[in-house]
Design a binder for this molecule. Structure first.
Ligand SMILES: Cc1cc2nc3c(=O)[nH]c(=O)nc-3n(C[C@H](O)[C@H](O)[C@H](O)COP(=O)(O)OP(=O)(O)OC[C@H]3O[C@@H](n4cnc5c(N)ncnc54)[C@H](O)[C@@H]3O)c2cc1C
Length: 498
């Protein structure tokens, strides 16, 4: 343990990669300790031949609107592609909805979203988005011929195929008189995919707050996937990296240095430390992990904030058998059965959930592949993860046939590959991303929580980066990248004073 690094960074995801690159550029010695046996964290790419599909982050949101990931990709010579819009089809219990009916539902949802966005009379912090959105008077249940064209509602509505959201509702001249309540609620549940939590837990008070700050508009995907891009960021830095090095303790010594201990009892010394350990993992750490322990206010914020659930379920076939498989961008399945519970069969979990399935065979993508990828929101994800993956994949295949091509059941072959992510149970993420502010009894929770999570301790020698530490860009690659820049700049200044 003779060497003392200027900075030790915990975690080799986006935030750790950017901080390591920036600090080594300024001439500082940096050691990165990563618990996994790979670089990338929540950037992970599934590769089969020419097919690259991201199982974690996939989109550079707001590509043309200033997302810093775009500039990093460009600097490293990595292309990104902006897919053309492709049509999305909504399936109700009776099959595909007519384009008029689908447009009417989307319009009503867009109007409802717009009406609950800030500024509005501030409701109590204990009121959920579900209460407003699914209440009897909600614009969701009113037929809308003049839907909002408010561009700031597009953060949860995108035109990109393979994006976990419904296509952007556009103002429509439909005159449909009755909105089917169960269809409207089913469609509203698509919002739970990007939110990472049930509408019942999302705060109405803070609903839409992030649309004023986050990158939105155009979405692009890095060629070959996000994981290889993070690897390139690391390879372009002079940081030393140790994989399979799970940090178990961080101790401030009396001499003012920081000792970092890993699970194999190796010890490393740093003048400063940047932790990028995800919020879901921070919640599980024993109090002794940090010595001295973290301030009470920070500990309370770690406990009180929420990590969302989002899983991806992918099936690949020999050839695309689904309707208009060479045209359609996505299929949205509205529930045909009751909301599933812990006792539901796998079949009933699929039947009772709203599911968005992206078609990777769409011609708008650079390497079309006969692959369907479904985004699982909190309820189906939690329930499905308690079943064996092979059974989930097999039941999903049957579900897709039932909904998309029931008459061709006998001629459709089994999937050749399948994959179900487990970000929720993965001990190095424990969830997908930090969610927006959740409901709280006495207004304890607000976007300021994410500022608190990024506040350094120990006279600035222990800093925090990661998507959960960026108030304006929480939950995104942009947040992770910006937090990496922020901490690198702060620590550089501090090192120059030490
Ligand atoms: C399914 C899914 C879809 C997403 N889609 C998008 C998208 O399209 N666009 C977008 O902008 N964002 C998206 N995101 C969010 C984005 O992936 C994250 O915000 C971002 O990757 C987080 O980077 P990070 O550096 O903060 O954390 P991470 O990437 O999680 O990095 C933290 C690192 O710390 C390591 N670690 C944990 N514990 C320890 C320990 N004890 N010791 C050492 N190392 C440890 C972890 O292994 C990990 O490598 C998505 C996320 C998921 C899960």
């Amino acid at each position: 343990m003779s060497k003392t690094y200027d900075t030790i960074i915990l975690g080799a995801g986006w935030s750790g990669a950017v901080a390591a690159r920036e600090l080594t550029k300024k001439g500082h010695s940096v050691l990165v300790l990563e618990a996994r046996d790979r670089i990338g964290g929540r950037a992970r790419t599934w590769i089969q031949g020419d097919t690259h599909i991201d199982l974690g982050c996939s989109w550079i949101h707001g590509y043309n609107e200033g997302n810093p990931a775009r500039y990093i990709a460009k600097e490293l010579g990595v292309e990104a592609f902006l897919p053309n819009p492709a049509e999305g089809i909504i399936y109700g219990p009776e099959g595909p909805l007519s384009s008029e009916k689908a447009a009417s539902l989307r319009s009503s949802l867009s109007s409802a979203q717009a009406s609950f966005k800030l500024p509005h009379p501030s409701p109590p912090s204990s009121v959920s988005l579900a209460l407003a959105l699914l209440g009897a008077d909600s614009p969701l249940f009113k037929s809308s011929s003049t839907a909002s064209s408010d561009p700031s509602t597009t953060d949860i509505s995108s035109t990109s195929p393979a994006n976990p959201s419904e296509p952007t509702p556009t103002p429509t001249s439909t005159t449909a008189s009755n909105i089917d309540k169960s269809l409207a609620e089913g469609l509203a549940r698509t919002l739970e995919v990007p939110l990472g939590l049930k509408l019942e837990k999302a705060s109405l008070k803070w609903s839409g707050w992030e649309t004023t700050t986050s990158f939105a508009g155009s979405d692009a995907a890095p060629k070959d996937g996000y994981e290889s891009l993070v690897n390139k960021v690391f390879n372009s830095s002079k940081a030393e990296i140790k994989l399979s090095s799970k940090v178990t303790n961080i101790n401030k010594s009396q001499e003012g240095k920081i000792e970092v201990v890993t699970s194999d009892q190796s010890k490393y010394l740093g003048k400063t430390v940047i932790s990028t350990i995800p919020l879901g993992v921070l919640k599980t750490l024993p109090k002794e992990f940090f010595s001295p322990s973290l301030p009470d206010k920070l500990q309370e914020t770690i406990t009180g904030t929420h990590v969302g659930v989002l899983e991806k379920l992918l099936v690949q076939y020999d050839k695309a058998w689904w309707p208009n498989g060479d045209k359609i961008g996505s299929y949205t399945f509205l529930p045909t059965g009751p909301t599933p519970t812990e006792n539901s069969s796998i079949e009933d979990i699929f039947n009772g959930s709203t599911l968005i399935t992206a078609n990777f065979n769409a011609p708008t993508l650079p390497n079309p592949s006969p692959t369907l990828l479904t985004y699982l929101s909190e309820t189906p994800a939690k329930l499905l993860l308690s079943h064996p993956t092979s059974e989930v994949i097999s039941a999903f295949h049957q579900f897709l046939i039932r909904r998309l091509a029931p008459k061709e059941k006998s001629i459709i072959g089994e999937p050749v590959k399948g994959e179900l992510t487990n970000w929720l149970t993965d001990e190095y993420s424990y969830g997908a991303t930090t969610t927006p502010s959740i409901i709280s009894e006495n207004g304890e929770r607000s976007p300021m929580d994410f500022k608190e999570l990024g506040r350094p301790v120990w006279e600035g020698k222990l800093g925090f980066a990661g998507e959960h530490t960026e108030m304006e860009h929480r939950g995104s690659v942009a947040g992770a990248v910006i937090s990496g820049f922020r901490e690198a700049e702060r620590v550089d200044r501090l090192l120059n004073l030490l």
